[in-house]
Design a protein around this ligand. Sequence first.
Ligand SMILES: [Fe+2]
Length: 171
Amino acid sequence: MAEQLTTPRDLLAAYLRQMLWIERQLADHVLPRLREQAHSPDLRRGFGRHLLETEGHVEAVREVLGDLHVPAEPEESSGFRGLVQEHEQLVGRVAEDDHLLADLAHAVAALATEHLELATYESLIGIAESLGEEAVGIRLREVMEQEEFALEQVDSAMAKLLAEKVESARP
Ligand SMILES: [Fe+2]
């Protein structure tokens, strides 16, 4: 059984270990696959760029765990696993030649992931700062800025896809 959490510091550590797992999944599997699957050049570029940033996030979260004297052992996130499964199932239901629809599904999944990461990091920064762990807060804010940028990139790629979709649906 997983160890009991009794303090905000324990909770911070547990969530950070989940974020380590999520960032590693993204860096090792999810983003390389999305970069390959995406058809839109904007999405491809965005996923490629965020892959490099995400490799940095893995290191950042590892460092933060080190600062907190917590072993950097990743803890599986069932929420993120669910997001990935849901995305795979939906994409599997899109016709193989419908590139636009598949790309839209990739964009929706990417936005959901960014929101999950942003919400978690935001809360963790609050906890870290309230514990006087200023360095942890600063490091996580840097990660958050890159997540925000990635979110904007996907947002604008999606807006472009939707404009094309509407265009192609016109009689
Ligand atoms: Fe990230």
